[in-house]
Write a protein that binds this ligand. Structure first.
Ligand code: ZN
Length: 181
């Protein structure tokens, strides 16, 4: 494939570049020539031959806080307090996808935080009771109880921030689907 595509980190544009030789390194200098803009190599979806190919617009609504609602169809009326937006290019879609995933991560993080605060409080209460009970334990029993508490401490915080919330626009992911649509 003689054409390669690069996405600028600063300009956030996808550029089409003709290469005669393989073996380029990324990030590379962005074709936009903006100072300090570096570009990553991106793979276009299999059934898209060019970035200039027209995409059918994805309609969504955005409020002042940046919260997003996807439109069911392009003729949906704009909800109160929202503005109508369209993603027309691959760059737009990538940004929209990232934004939706971030929203999901934020929601999950808040939920996990609350859960953790609750379980911390419960653990603290159990510990107080256990420590009181431990006063009547044998030395061996006390050592065992301390070891169990230590193990529990290392087992907490299992929340993985890198979890993928799973918002994917199919067109952006080359490896999904069988031979495109
Ligand atoms: Zn650039």
């Amino acid at each position: 494939m003689p054409f390669h595509h690069f996405e600028g980190r600063k300009c956030e544009q996808i550029h089409e570049v003709f290469f005669t030789a393989d073996g380029f390194k990324t990030p590379t200098k962005c074709p936009c020539k903006q100072k300090g803009c570096k570009a990553d190599w991106v793979v276009l979806p299999r059934h898209m031959r060019s970035i200039n190919q027209q995409l059918s617009a994805v309609v969504y609504f955005k409020n002042i806080k940046g919260e997003i609602q996807m439109a069911g169809s392009s003729s949906d009326p704009t909800p109160e307090g929202y503005e109508r937006c369209e993603a027309n290019t691959l760059g737009d879609l990538r940004k929209l996808e990232a934004r939706l995933n971030q929203e999901q991560r934020d929601i999950r993080a808040k939920f996990v935080e609350r859960e953790q605060a609750q379980s911390e409080a419960m653990i603290a209460q159990n510990r107080r009771e256990l420590r009181t009970a431990m006063e009547s334990f044998s030395e061996k029993g006390r050592t065992f109880a301390r070891e169990m508490m230590r193990r529990n401490d290392t087992r907490r915080n299992i929340y993985d921030k890198k979890v993928d919330p799973g918002v994917h626009f199919r067109i952006l992911h080359n490896d999904e689907g069988k031979g495109g649509e």
